[in-house]
Design a protein around this ligand. Structure first.
Ligand code: EPS
Length: 406
């Protein structure tokens, strides 16, 4: 039997013929990708101004203790409305566990989590419902789907990241309990401000004080500069403009051996996962683009029985974890919803001046640290399960260089 039941026609793609509506997706097995991961699969759903947002976490091992309260800490770190420097939308972000947990433990069946949206103010978007905000996904969603939910940016909203953080609470718990892995992050640049005396290599050190990072609204590693950033943000907010930011994430305790060459490399999957966060424009692993100007004699991380001499590789060699700390750096663009007027078009092609009012973030990077941590944790757990599935029988291989810097 041939294509669509036509006898004699070969059932293979015919690239010269334009696909009918929906046919391309069926032919090539593609569709809307709201799911990522392989053995641990995360699907998120919901829009910023819909009744709720949610996720399904499938493939999670049984026996992980989890309660609704466990989500509160990381969701609060990501939330709007906790300081004057973020959007003033106030969401409780209360998680309802709909499935996959019994007697306080994961059962191995799909874990469905739901958060109801309670403070969406859709009238803020009435004026721009038919306009494209320059720099925003309004225009590209319109071209892709021919329709869009203009309220709060729909799924292009930072609201979507809530469920990634919720799903990763379970992944972080599993990683720490099973492997002693900690995934943490901080901000390392906002606009042109950088933390004094800070180098991302310091994050790998026992001496690094994470209390400083968690003790201010910017996840900033130098407490002495927080007042300066507050002033900077107050000025920026008054001016109506926005600014970008850079976030560092480090995963310590990852054993050597995780990652699937060649098309499932750990660094490739981390980059894809981090790049999938709304507003991300760049990802570096280890020294990243700085490696371009380095000599090989400097970049290689010398190995000694006491440990590696440095970590320019960011803990990944050949797409496989080396046992050193995994270091990622993520660039967030300045948000595009500004009250400053800008030239644009409406959906009818008319020239318009767009002014966006409402409760917007002057720097979405301020809330991005837990989101980046979440994506790293979810990728690591998926890779851990895949490593266990294929190579679980390999066991410990000698010699094992200690992960820290010697
Ligand atoms: C966002 C714009 C604002 C933020 C929102 C992200 O949306 P709204 O106008 O609907 O309040 O509040 O962030 C969240 C609601 C959240 O939980 O992160 C945007 O354009 O990305």
């Amino acid at each position: 039997m041939g294509v669509r039941g036509t006898p004699g026609r070969r059932a293979c793609p015919q690239p010269n013929l334009p696909p009918r509506a929906g046919e391309g997706a069926r032919r090539y097995g593609i569709g809307a990708l709201n799911t990522f991961g392989h053995l641990l699969r995360v699907t998120t759903f919901g829009e910023s101004h819909g009744p709720a947002i949610g996720c399904v976490l499938d493939g999670c091992p049984p026996g992980i203790a989890i309660a609704a309260d466990d989500f509160a800490h990381d969701l609060a770190r990501r939330a709007t409305g906790r300081t004057r420097h973020t959007s003033q939308r106030h969401e409780a972000d209360a998680v309802e566990i709909l499935s996959g947990v019994f007697d306080g433990k994961t059962t191995g069946t799909p874990i469905a989590l739901l958060i109801r949206n309670t403070d969406a103010r859709s009238r803020d978007y009435a004026k721009i419902a038919e306009q494209f905000r320059p720099g925003h996904a309004d225009y590209t969603y319109w071209h892709k789907y021919g329709i869009r939910d203009p309220r709060g940016g729909g799924r292009a909203s930072a609201r979507e990241t809530t469920m990634r953080v919720a799903a990763a609470v379970i992944a972080k718990k599993w990683l720490v309990e099973k492997h002693g892995i900690a995934v943490r992050g901080c901000m390392s640049q906002i606009g042109d401000l950088t933390p004094r005396g800070f180098d991302s290599a310091m994050l790998d050190s026992h001496a690094f004080d994470w209390n400083v990072v968690e003790g201010n609204p910017f996840f900033w590693p130098n407490a002495a500069q927080v007042a300066q950033i507050e002033d900077y943000m107050d000025g920026l907010r008054k001016s109506g403009d926005s600014v970008g930011a850079r976030i560092e994430v480090i995963a310590t305790g990852v054993p050597a051996g995780w990652g699937e060459p060649i098309y499932g490399k750990l660094d490739a999957e981390l980059a894809a996962a981090l790049m999938s966060i709304n507003a991300v424009k760049g990802v570096e692993i280890g020294d990243g683009f700085a490696a371009v100007a380095q000599k090989g004699s400097f970049h290689r991380d010398a190995m000694t029985p006491q440990g590696f001499a440095s970590n320019h590789a960011g803990g990944i060699l050949g797409g496989i974890s080396s046992g050193q700390a995994i270091r990622c750096s993520v660039a967030f663009k300045p948000t595009s919803s500004l009250r400053l007027p800008v030239d644009s078009l409406d959906v009818h092609g008319n020239a318009v001046e767009v002014v966006t009012t409402g409760r917007h973030d002057p720097c979405v990077g301020i809330r991005a640290t837990p989101i980046c941590e979440a994506m790293v944790a979810l990728v690591l757990m998926d890779q851990a399960l895949r490593h266990r599935a294929q190579c679980g029988d390999v066991g410990a291989v000698a010699p094992r260089v200690p992960g820290g810097i010697a």
